[in-house]
Design a binder for this molecule. Sequence first.
Ligand code: UDP
Length: 381
Amino acid sequence: MQTLQPDTPHIVFLFSDTGGGHRSASEAIIEAIDLEFPNRMTFEMVDLFREYAPPPLNKAPEIYPPLSRLPSAWGFGYRQTNSPRRIRNINNMAWPYIRRSIYRLMEEHPCDLIVSVHPLMNTPVLRTFKKRKYPFITVVTDMVSTHAAWFDSRADLVIVPTEAARQNGILCGVPPEKIRVIGLPVADRFCQKKEEPMEIRARLGWPQDLPVILLVGGGEGMGPLERTAHAINSAGLQVALVVITGRNRELKSRLEQYEWKIPATIYGFVRTMPEFMQAANVLVTKAGPGTISEACISGLPIILYSKMPGQEDGNVDYVVNEGAGVWAPEPEQVVETLQSWINAPELRWQAASACRRIARPQASREIARILAEYVGVKKTE
Ligand code: UDP
């Protein structure tokens, strides 16, 4: 049981389950605080959309998966809103409608620090902060192509994963001294290697004698996951396939009924991604920032098979330019890349070592130490 001092600082994390990345980032930071400063702070995670937004905005977590499957519409919306002026106008228009909800949120969650890991929560919340007595920190969970909505210069600090994101923040008007490049917060289990890959495979019942291809489409099973799985199955590659369909249950049951020619295991949403990444040989995925960062820490070479237009464009360039992976938007290209990486494993190893070079395994803990400073908690030796 925790023994807390009466004046234990309390931190509120603003997130939403629009995709898997915002929740993963908040949980990773909370875990890091617990590891670095056990029992010294308390936390709450608040899904601002689900718990506070008026209809239909409260349905954002449900609307996000079908919307994200319409890439042209998503890309159009992203481009049309991606400037500080447009974001200001949108927030001004929305304010009369959302104002009461935001004030209620602030009343019901008194705290010593707010940490936002969602782009759409910064400006509305900071607008209520005229007489505030505690700080607001944004942790940007997009990697490179960071939307203007992330950047509100009234935040006390904006933490970003890459230099490109820092430049975007400065272009959007955040003073350079308020932006720090730290990395994307990732769960500690990705950074610890407690079991050998073959032990993990034996425990999970995965083949020991074939390269394992891990196929995952973010938290919602997005991208042409089904077509890609079928193409890998039909290509006659000497591989085993592990497919993670995330929260997409229909896709899971379709894939479970499929007649596989290669060893294939299908999972829904898993809580064991660190072990899966440590045990696999190649990751085939959509260009989600969380998944890419986790793969880099795990030294897992990446084939990117889809991206959310706008939001994830820069992630593809980043992975490809750094040599950590390949862009293969058609299932046939995924198969070709897998074939070449099987024929010439040194190509796969080169990509794996590029992953390790750009990985930032300390990001969660560094962020934890920054938040501790803001609430006046010092490390006890
Ligand atoms: N994830 C998970 N279990 C799953 C599928 C995904 O824990 O079954 C996690 C994944 O490890 C990553 C996050 O969900 O941390 C997905 O974030 P990302 O930024 O890659 O994509 P998003 O889903 O936010 O678009």
